[in-house]
Design a protein around this ligand. Structure first.
Ligand code: PMT
Length: 226
């Protein structure tokens, strides 16, 4: 049975992958299915939390007993995250957020023209939601958790990312075209800003989600009566 250690807590989880539109029919996206984030939402609800799930383009059914907010782009996800985080005890950013978006959006479908080279796609930076949530905590003691999706030098890149983002916990997982994205299983190392490192062996995404809540729960500020 799940521990009921999140009763009275509000947690926010982001899941899925942002899509950055080029025109009405095309976007820049990524391979996130949303499964890891949805597993975090389900396990938090089972542990008694009130859960707000910010879902970016995940083709998954809304989990029972969870408030789901559907978003498309990184800018929309930022807006929803700042709003939901305002009274949250913990925020977990499991969504794969595009670092860049096309500078221009064409209101009509971009056409190919005979004899012409394709126009380059100019990108601009998206806001770094995790860094912003970490720097401007909506509440004292709020626990902020990020993920690092890495293909090379996984642990070294994860440790550097933890320092850069300023979050309390960073879950480092290896990804590839068919690795982690869309699968039912994952393996990771949960890095703590306190230097604590928790390896989680390959297994169901729910099992990793529960280990993340274990680590987040012991860093939560004592519950208040409000
Ligand atoms: O959805 P699944 O198919 O189950 O796959 C799960 C997963 C691989 C998507 C997930 O486990 C995962 O690793 N999610 C984070 C993906 C990601 O964007 O990683 P990143 O290393 O690029 O970003 C680092 C952190 O910063 C993440 O917490 C991300 O949410 C956040 N971020 C990134 C860019 C940005 N502009 N704003 C952010 O908040």
């Amino acid at each position: 049975d799940a521990p009921r250690d999140l009763v009275g807590r509000h947690v926010v989880v982001s899941a899925g992958g942002t899509r950055e539109p080029l025109d009405p029919v095309r976007f820049l996206g990524n391979r996130s299915s949303g499964k890891q984030g949805y597993a975090l939402a389900r396990t938090a609800a089972a542990r008694g939390a009130r859960v707000t799930l910010l879902s970016a383009n995940a083709d998954l059914p809304d989990p029972a007993g969870v408030d789901v907010v559907h978003v498309g782009t990184a800018v929309q996800l930022r807006e929803a995250a700042l709003k939901a985080a305002a009274d949250a005890d913990a925020v977990v950013m499991a969504a794969a957020v595009a670092d860049f978006r096309p500078e221009a959006y064409a209101t009509g479908k971009i056409k190919k023209k005979d004899g012409e080279e394709p126009a380059p796609i100019v990108l601009v930076r998206n806001p770094d939601i995790l860094a912003e949530l970490s720097a401007d905590r909506a509440r004292p003691g709020q626990v902020v958790v990020g993920f690092a999706a890495e293909t090379d030098d996984v642990l070294a890149n994860g440790r550097a990312k933890l320092a850069r983002k300023g979050c309390d916990l960073l879950v480092v997982n290896e990804v590839g075209e068919r690795k982690t994205f869309g699968s039912e299983e994952n393996e990771a190392v949960i890095l703590g800003a306190d230097g604590h490192e928790t390896p989680v062996p390959y297994g169901p995404k729910e099992a990793l989600a529960d280990r993340i809540w274990d680590e987040a729960a012991r860093r939560l500020a004592p519950a208040t009566a409000d």
